[in-house]
Write a protein that binds this ligand. Sequence first.
Ligand SMILES: Nc1ncnc2c1ncn2[C@@H]1O[C@H](COP(=O)(O)OP(=O)(O)OP(=O)(O)O)[C@@H](O)[C@H]1O
Length: 640
Amino acid sequence: MPESVAIKVYGRCRPFSPEESKKGQKAGVSTSGDKVVLLGGKEQSFSFDGAYPPEYTNIYKERCETLAQRALEGYNVTMLALGGPSSGKSMLMSGTEEDPGIIPQFTRSVFEMASRQSGKDFLINGLSELIVKSVDEVNQYFDQGSRARKMGSTDMRAHRPRAHAVFTLVIEQRERQSSKVGLRSVVHLVDVAGLAPPSSSDPDVQAGLMGIQEVLNALGGPRKGAAIPYRASKLTRYLQESLGGNSITVMFALVSPVDKAHQDNLNTLTLAQYAHAVKNKVKLNLDETNQIISELREEISRLRDKLASTSEPNRDDVLKMEELVKDLQIAKKQTWDEKQRASTRSEEERKLNLANKGILEFVMDSGKKGNKEVQDKIQALQREKDQANAAYKDRRATVDRLKAELQQKIAQYSKMAEKESENKALVTAIHKLKESLKQETDKLKVLKQALLDVQERQNMEKQLEERHRLEESNKGLVKEELDRVRLDVDAERAEIQMHTSNGKTYSAKEGEELEVKVSEMKAEKSVVTLKLQCVEQEKARMARELEEVHRLHKEEMELQQLQHYQTFRNYREMFEEQKAAIEQRYRHLLEDSIQDAIFLSARNNELITENQDLKLQINEMKDVVTKLGGRLPASVENPM
Ligand SMILES: Nc1ncnc2c1ncn2[C@@H]1O[C@H](COP(=O)(O)OP(=O)(O)OP(=O)(O)O)[C@@H](O)[C@H]1O
């Protein structure tokens, strides 16, 4: 049961800017308790759920943090900043690096709270499509969006209303060890572009502003009770659940402190007053995708059995089947696994792009030291892959076009052309198209395989190159070490020889020291040799691991190929069934037409005979009448 929850509204007055103070601008607003008071000739007071004076800095902690918890419990949440130009909306919602606003703080709370809930999986889709895994990722996307949105000057005197900003997080969650239905909540964090005179040149921004005003008018203002014009703008369509629907909504009515902003402040507070009277219908959002999918599957299988049991399928059933399959495809895209797969796919694509770039850089600076031949090979394979990709795309387009044409012809055929010759032409066209489709599909398969082969070869080459580099550098290190030991020994030997040639004799103590030195060097040499053996062993181990990875990869590829083959076979069987049904229908039509032709030809012969008999009778009558001296009427004289 939805729970009736009022939209919470808080007034907020920003501080005077240094420039405003310097110019000695007059104050136009004060706050007292839950009230915001507009000063001036006639004071106007507006009561809300709270009112924050300029010096207050703890709004997030006090009003927003608990909403992160509610969002994680499965409730939709909206936080909306409304106000005239330069009233402090961006400062409140986005803030600055030193003083972050509601959006960055809220996303941080969501991730922190989610990470504390062990035993649950979360899927957080930021900006509607991108699955985000960390606060930093969210912030990065948010910054990009903010930069794109900033159109107007930041000079407070020269404000142009800029775009509305809606930052949306979709939070999906499920329990890891349970089949319980998951939860899915949507969070909208909205900065509505300045409620200003219609000076904006962007009709979409203006439409959004007007839309919000009209919706609030109809929800809690003078037009209360009238139909709510959500469809008036994109913004209001998007925020339909936030205003009067299923969402816990908090609105911040932002006012500028200067009396020059009186009209903007009055507009803002009046609208906020309307919002204060609105009650939303809030409920827990269960993610029932899996249940819907199994219901659709059951219905499809029932219908399939029904269609299979009759030789003349009912057209409505066929249409319904198509609809159900479409629904199933849509529902499947909503599953957790599919979303994760999509997310992984886009992540892999991104990594691949970066990897390609990285390889190119590596190629450029490794000309001197790297294995030039292997690098050239990698580049050539990359080119081959690009070409194969392009060819694959072309073929794919041809196959898609042929498929579409085939579908069209089949549809035409099933609508039953009147004349047999047209039918024949269509059947011939269908056969031709089928043939071309088959050929193109085969070519496509070959291309796809070639593409996979190239990719695999490219990976192998990259791994070989890496191994080669490691090997070379290890060898270099060991060689350096051995050379050093050898040089030491040579130097020592040369010194001894020099001394002895100069007639120097060694005492027993010196001989002993020299022997110790020699044995130390021998030990050092054997350590280096041992290190070399270790490196060789490590190399052999890595080679084995690489082979294992390659084997697993190959097995996985074969499995995938088998699955693709199975899918292809299923499609072919389905296609063959449809073809047999169409041909059978065509044969029945042909047989009926032949029967009709035989019947009509027999009937025609009968009529010709009857006609001849009638002509004979008429002639006989003419003879009789002529004999009797009479005249026949003209119509009998000249029978048709
Ligand atoms: N709480 C605050 N403390 C200090 N300065 C603030 C505060 N809120 C807003 N300001 C300052 O007031 C000016 C206007 O604020 P802001 O850009 O957030 O307004 P806005 O309503 O988003 O404007 P617009 O809709 O026209 O883009 C900025 O210079 C901002 O730094």
